[in-house]
Design a protein around this ligand. Structure first.
Ligand code: GDP
Ligand code: MG
Length: 600
């Protein structure tokens, strides 16, 4: 394809606004798939993605479209991950595009992710085409949505295409708009190869497969190329694209997108955002702003059955093959035994990995409450900075010079009726308000600087419940700030349970500690003996609760009674046992390790 007939574009949207449905329609209308083949949301391959209706890994398809001008155009639809946890990947995918369809649900209007994604597109110099979807719904408010797009996103909402992706209405106009409005790629003729690596995945037969967008020059089968970040050389074994069927290509020229098989063994050697150059290039220039996606949220994962430790290790190794952004290392907990401290891009990423471990690998896990990475300056060692990813690793207060905690910028969009309660929630989470803007009489957008450790503590669920699900939230990384933090420990019958320790702002330590022991009293079942639960800062006990000893056998009330009821009760107990962990003499359920999330 000549470069002036190539169009590289993404679809960006808030979750559930219809991105996948529109992608399916585009595939169908360009004949890439027949209507018969079209399953719902063809691009969301992984089971989990389908179930949760989110896109975890980006997928890219190459479509050929015969436009009204009679010419064939090559359209590369570059799918972006749909969640804040993957912002960096979204940004790199957008860097491979010249245009983006910004899909907004006409019945919901602009949401936090609409804005976040639109900003990423603007930062990447991508032309935005606003698309208002779901106009078939009785609750569709097209005019209002146009205004919101103009106000909140800064592109003219009146230019929006009006469509129903579900019914196919207006979708042909979307294809025409892509051809007319998305600029063709530009290239510097005569320059050597420069390509952007924007996705990678693991194939059991071919190793790491990388997805690239060529900016200058050409890459062909047999070429030797270098990855800028590792400076390692690889040979191009094959090149291909998804249409969505896999096709083979001989080479990729300027403006083109495709995947390359090159014998790279694992995705750990591939960095999203990296530059590909020819091995023979004497003075290669990498793309600017390249950085690695670093895990922001950490938790401990432990098998409930000690024997499952090796299985867990193998499962983590397998998942990591395909996901360079999550990390794990051995963690030994006095309370929970051998397990792993795992790092994730965010809370959703964490949930996804946990769910996959349990589902695909049949493991039963105990996870500890999520925490963030603190930076600690230790007294007497001014040049060293400790990264603390496990609360129990925080040095004693006396050895700490200064602690820094991560901050984010949070954007919230909500109906104005919930403004009061949401503002007090944010205030309670130590958030600093930066902006308050009415999009119209009924919708407000808020911007806050907030400590990430308050977000990982159940902020999102709390926000959803306060606003009956009507608020949306998105955040981006801000940086580290000095803070006054302490570690709260929990003791069960006098023994410290390391897996329950948490780090919290000094002003909140007392209340959280007190609420946590109350919560633990609720979730820890009665034992044959009395159980004392205490919270402590250093050696100072700040709260205490006691669980009385069990008085009689639960089965007693079934004696002489209905046998099936007794069996049911036993089974129920067995179910409950699955996620129990013996801490000293005390049986603790999974909820106990998450209890700190419920008390914030
Ligand atoms: P995504 O999260 O942005 O990928 O959204 P999906 O494409 O998964 O769509 C979310 C939900 O909205 C699904 O239940 C779709 O069937 C539905 N949906 C998508 N487009 C339309 C539309 O034009 N009209 C209606 N009524 N529903 C739609
Ligand atoms: Mg989707």
């Amino acid at each position: 394809f000549p470069i002036e007939r190539i169009r590289n574009f993404s679809i960006i949207a808030h979750i559930d606004h219809g991105k996948s449905t529109l992608a399916d329609r585009l595939l169908e209308m360009t004949g890439a798939i027949s209507h018969r083949e079209s399953r719902e949301q063809l691009l969301d391959a992984m089971d989990l993605e389908r179930e949760r209706g989110i896109t975890i890994k980006a997928h890219t398809v190459r479509l050929v479209y015969r436009a009204k001008d009679g010419q064939d155009y090559l359209l590369n639809l570059i799918d972006t991950p749909g969640h804040v946890d993957f912002t960096y990947e979204v940004s790199r995918s957008l860097a491979a595009c010249e245009g983006a369809l910004l899909v907004v649900d006409a019945s919901q209007g602009v949401e936090a992710q609409t804005i976040a994604n639109a900003y990423l597109a603007i930062e990447n110099n991508v032309h935005i085409i606003p698309v208002i979807n779901k106009i078939d719904l009785p609750g569709a408010e097209v005019e209002k949505t146009k205004d919101e797009i103009s106000d909140a996103v800064g592109v003219d909402g009146d230019d929006s295409l009006l469509i129903s992706a579900k019914e196919g209405l207006g979708v042909p106009d979307v294809l025409e708009a892509i051809v007319k409005l998305v600029p063709p790629p530009v290239t510097s003729p005569g320059k050597m190869l420069k390509a952007l690596l924007f996705d990678a995945w693991f194939d059991p037969f071919q190793g790491a497969v990388i997805l690239v967008r060529v900016f200058n020059g050409r890459i062909s089968v047999g070429d030797r190329f270098k990855l800028f970040s590792t400076q390692k050389t690889h040979e191009v074994l094959s090149i291909g694209a998804n249409t969505p069927k896999r096709i083979s290509l001989e080479s990729l020229g300027p403006g083109e997108v495709g995947f390359i098989v090159s014998g790279i063994k694992s995705v750990q050697e591939t960095r999203i955002g990296d530059t590909l150059v020819l091995d023979s290039d004497p003075s290669p220039e990498p793309f600017p702003g390249f950085h690695e996606a670093k895990p922001l949220v950490f938790c401990g994962l432990f098998p409930t059955e000690t024997e499952q430790y090796n299985e867990l290790k193998e499962a983590l190794e397998k998942l990591r093959l395909n996901d360079a952004s999550f990390t794990y290392e051995l963690e030994t907990s006095l309370a929970l035994g051998f397990g792993f401290r795992c790092g994730f891009l965010g809370l959703l990423h964490m949930e996804i990995i946990q769910e996959r471990l349990e589902r695909e690998f049949n493991l039963t896990l105990i996870s500890t409450a999520p925490t963030v990475v603190y930076r600690v300056k230790v007294a007497g060692r001014p040049d060293d900075e400790l990264s603390v990813v496990n609360p129990s690793d925080l040095p004693p207060a006396g050895q700490i010079d200064e602690i820094f905690e991560p901050f984010i910028t949070g954007t919230l969009l909500l109906p104005s009726e919930f403004l009061g309660p949401v503002m007090s929630l944010c205030q309670d989470r130590r958030a600093i308000q930066k902006e308050l803007k009415y999009l119209d009489a009924k919708r407000v957008s808020l911007s806050y600087e907030m400590p990430l450790n308050e977000i990982v503590l159940d902020f999102y669920d709390r926000l959803k419940s306060i606003t009956k699900g009507y608020a949306s939230f998105d955040y981006e990384w801000l940086g580290y700030r000095p803070s006054i933090l302490v570690k709260v420990d929990v003791l069960i019958n006098g023994e410290q349970v390391d897996a329950l320790s948490f780090i919290v702002h000094e002003d909140k330590a007392y209340n959280r500690g007190k609420a946590l022991v109350e919560k633990l009293k609720e979730v820890i079942p009665r034992q044959m003996f009395e159980v004392a639960i205490q919270a402590a800062i250093g050696s100072r006990i700040i709260a205490r609760q006691t669980i009385g000893a069990m008085r009689k056998n639960v089965l007693a009330k079934c004696y002489g009674g209905d046998i099936s009821r007794k069996r049911k009760l036993l089974e129920k107990q067995k179910e409950g046992k699955k996620r129990m962990k013996q801490i000293g003499r005390v049986e603790m359920p999974q909820e106990a390790f998450m209890a700190v999330l419920r008390v914030s």
